[in-house]
Design a protein around this ligand. Structure first.
Ligand SMILES: *[C@@H]1O[C@H](CO)[C@@H](O)[C@H](O)[C@H]1NC(C)=O
Ligand SMILES: *[C@@H]1O[C@H](CO)[C@@H](O)[C@H](O)[C@H]1NC(C)=O
Length: 200
């Protein structure tokens, strides 16, 4: 018993310690030398534990409005600039590419990496980016401009979209917390396909 209590406390301490410095990484569509780029940014305030067990939250800063967009299945929205500096949440599937650069692309779908930041406005990028919605069903897109129209403070982890390793902290938190919360608070896992879309 004593061992169990000590063990739980040390896991909790480890979680609190780890979440203090853990920061969100998001794929950004940014620009360099007048051309749009993909970059992996570390943004926002570090994740903190505010509420019930099994939750960490990160503050991302002020925003102005939010719009709810519906995009049809198998739709090519073409090449465009970001209309302003904004967060974009993809609920469904979007595929972003850069005109004239066939070496990179970013699939963004519901889940851990569904939020990106779009910053390739016409002031900084001549090229823009292309957005396609290759899903077999409609995709919902939330556009959330920053309150001051500026790019939030960030550090650039690397060029190119965020990858598997850039989500390590989120995966680890999920796994660690499952071992500390009571059995009845868990949701039973469901088997079955998780992908309502076809990958090209
Ligand atoms: C990518 O673009 C280069 C240069 O335009 C071209 O030579 C190459 O064949 C292209 N590759 C693919 C896979 O389309
Ligand atoms: C962000 O990226 C760094 C470096 O790749 C990683 O250590 C960290 O866990 C990531 N953060 C999250 C929340 O996954």
């Amino acid at each position: 018993m004593k061992f169990n209590i000590t063990f739980s406390i040390s896991i909790l301490a480890a979680l609190i310690g780890a979440s203090k410095s853990l920061q969100l990484n998001v794929t950004a569509i940014s620009a360099r030398d007048g051309s749009s780029t993909f970059e992996c940014w570390q943004v926002g305030h570090p994740f903190t534990r505010l509420g019930a067990p099994g939750r960490v939250d990160a503050m991302l800063g002020g925003v102005s409005t939010v719009s709810y967009g519906v995009r049809p299945a198998n739709h090519d929205a073409g090449v465009h600039n970001a209309p302003g500096n904004q967060w974009v949440a993809v609920i469904g599937l979007a595929y972003f590419t850069l005109p004239g650069d066939n070496t990179t692309g970013a699939y963004v779908s519901s889940g851990k990496s569904s939020v990106i930041f779009a910053a390739d406005t016409a002031e900084v990028s001549r090229t823009g980016h292309r957005t396609q919605y290759p899903g077999d069903t409609e995709t919902i897109v939330l556009h959330i401009p920053t309150h001051d129209g500026k790019v939030p403070e960030h550090s650039v982890l690397h060029m190119g979209p965020c990858g598997f390793n850039d989500l390590a902290g989120i995966r680890e938190f999920g796994q660690e917390v499952m071992s500390t919360i009571p059995e009845q608070a868990k949701v039973e896992a469901q088997d079955g396909t998780m992908f309502p879309f076809r990958l090209w």
